[in-house]
Design a protein around this ligand. Sequence first.
Ligand code: DI6
Ligand code: FE
Length: 406
Amino acid sequence: MPAELILRNFNVITMDGREQAYGLIRNATVAVQDGKITWVGETQEFDKEIPAGDSLNVLEGNGQFLSPGLIDCHTHLVWGGSRADEWEQRLRGVSYEEIARQGGGILSTVAATRDATADQLFQAARTRIESLIGQGVTTLEIKSGYGLNTETELKMLQVATALGDSLPVEIHRTFLGAHAVPREYKGRADQYLDLVCGEMLGAVQGLCESVDVFCEGIGFNLAQTRRVFEAAQAQGLPIKVHAEQLSNLRGAELAASMNALSADHLEYLDESGVAAMAQHGTVAVLLPGAFYFIHETQKPPLELLRQYHVPMAIATDANPGSSPVTSLLLMMNMACTLFRLTPEEALRGVTCHAAQALGIEERVGTIEVGKQADLVVWDIASPAELAYGIGHNPCRTVIKSGQIIE
Ligand code: DI6
Ligand code: FE
């Protein structure tokens, strides 16, 4: 079996569900052919089975750790402008919801994103993605939702497509036309949704892999959320939801009952929401960066999520208003310190469970034969160190589909 790449003598964090914590195999070898993993196991076994000298390209691990490529399954990282001023205002005592009601918040980013050229959006987003890749991210999601008109929603998704074409990462695109009611539709949310469910959803066909709604007092109510989901599903698009971030509108329960891939944020989720998510296999995406940045105090119902075996993912929510974050490792740390996840749960949250939140768990998220060879080399002494450090980057090599990209 000739291999294009052999990673030898690593401590391999497979996350494949085997009994050992983290699916760890010590002194292991991983072989890669045609961008896929073809062999995983102890180096001793590998040497017995595979004659030496077949591979041109051997990476010697010397006991470093190897994990699946990290997956950031919830970002809004294409945006124009900055909201640092608004943040200053918040620190003088104005609340996030109050700023949103005054027409600031999301709507100020909408104005800046409409004004920006595709190239300006591309360059700004590329910098953010490079920061993620530098910490081991090989797959990420990008939402639209700062356009709120057909032209700019399209522009955002085209920029996301161009980013995926020119950077060595896979980008999952989500249409979030129902992120807020734009100024020109103030007080006419249902008419705005006519546009979202009609012209916009038609226009973004082929430019997105899923559809999301901000179900919230400052976003869309339950009936409106259902309407967008029905329109998305009529076009064969999977759904996701921003739910229970600031209040409990039962958005997660609705989304789960319609077989959503994920429900995200969830600070105000209650037991019936958790039960619905468990029943329908909807992933809980926790966003500790937003919790931290808007100074939320209500925590997502961790114990219930565990009790009902709801898979938990962790993401950056990278956006200019509530989570100006481009470090997934920091999110792992915050998930542990703020929400009390274990480091192993946090790592699952950015690998196999994040893959599930995007519906791509058959291809990525674990180190297993047949999966894409998305792999990261870490200079750490134990897997827990991935979530432990703050501001230290132990990432040494990033491999996407068998190619070294960093
Ligand atoms: N929830 C969030 O945390 C972001 N969007 C959303 O629906 C915030 C977006 C922003 O403030 O720009
Ligand atoms: Fe978000």
